[in-house]
Design a protein around this ligand. Structure first.
Ligand code: NAP
Length: 276
């Protein structure tokens, strides 16, 4: 997406912006003129590369290492934003990680970690973002199709994503008087390191057969999700709050029997050309 300078003078904080969706978003907002805080946990070199890419196109970036799984990490991240800029326009809660395990194999430390990593940084982050958004602002949190659907080994993370979508609604209500919009973006199968990791879990179906079930017949790209977030951060989304936008190539609307499982005459017809 080209942003035509619409994020000029905006300060945006993205958690987990050294790779994947966060990185694509950081570059997009940078091209649009934003100052982007690129948070990461381990990959300093990748985060610095994102910042360099933003600065190459005339934007400003700041890489900030902070482990948002810890309360101290979230606090130190926002303290840095406060010290550097004294304000914030956009907060995107993007970083996530999970234990991909069957429910009977989940230990209490997996549950604690799933909450600490995936839900708490969004809520604690929003609490710290709001006082910095004295001119109004936008908050976006990343969800996934495991929030409303169930699939193997995703219970610990999917349930946190469902909670994120609920918090989006509560925050939207409570922050609307401050001119702060809160929305979610829920991705389907998106090409990224985490998708690679998921399909490496023993027993998970072959990825090609899963992509056949997606009406668009392919995984999405990090850029396609970043573009949806960019729209929600843009002036055009001023009247949208409390919603979760689904970016999944149609995956969430399909039900069996799938076209891939059917044979003629149920299989997908040729494109109608208008000829009789
Ligand atoms: N990929 C998909 O198929 C998909 C689908 C739907 C939704 N989503 C959601 O989209 C979001 C981004 O996913 P992604 O696949 O783009 O991620 P990703 O490529 O796996 O990248 C994860 C990012 O989060 C950072 N990170 C990990 N743990 C962190 C921590 N404790 N503190 C701070 N940063 C941390 C990583 O930093 P380092 O580089 O330093 O490790 C990295 O920048 C997630 O919320 C995910 O659930 C993804």
């Amino acid at each position: 997406m080209t942003c035509g300078g619409q994020f000029q003078n905006k300060v945006a904080l993205i958690t987990g912006a050294s790779r994947g969706i966060g990185r694509a978003l950081a570059h997009t907002l940078g091209r649009g003129g934003a100052t982007v805080v690129v948070n990461y946990k381990k990959n300093t070199d990748l985060a610095e590369k994102v910042v360099a890419g933003i600065e190459e196109v005339g934007g400003r970036g700041l890489a900030v290492q902070a482990d948002v799984e810890t309360v101290e990490g979230v606090h130190s991240l926002f303290a840095r934003v406060r010290d550097e800029f004294g304000r914030l326009d956009h907060f995107v809660s993007n970083a996530a990680a999970g234990a991909f395990k069957n429910i009977l194999d989940l230990k209490s430390h997996h549950l604690d970690r799933s909450y600490a990593m995936n839900l708490r940084p969004f809520v604690l982050g929003a609490q710290q973002a709001v006082p910095l958004m004295d001119a109004g602002g936008r908050i976006v949190a990343l969800s996934s199709y495991g929030s409303t659907r169930a699939f193997p080994t995703y219970a610990a993370l999917g349930s946190m994503k469902a909670a994120i979508e609920s918090w989006v609604r509560y925050m939207a209500l409570e922050f609307a008087p401050y001119s702060i919009n809160v929305n979610g973006v829920s991705g389907g199968l998106i090409d990224s390191d985490s998708l690679e990791y998921f399909y490496g879990v023993p027993g998970i179906a072959d990825r090609a057969s899963v992509f056949d079930r997606v009406p668009k017949q392919r995984p999405g790209t990090a850029q396609e999700v970043a573009d949806a977030i960019t729209f929600l951060l843009s002036p055009g989304a001023e009247y949208i709050t409390g919603q979760t936008m689904v970016v999944d190539g149609g995956l969430s609307v399909v039900a069996p029997p799938f076209f891939a499982d059917t044979s003629a005459p149920l299989s997908l017809p040729a494109h109608p050309t208008g000829e009789k």
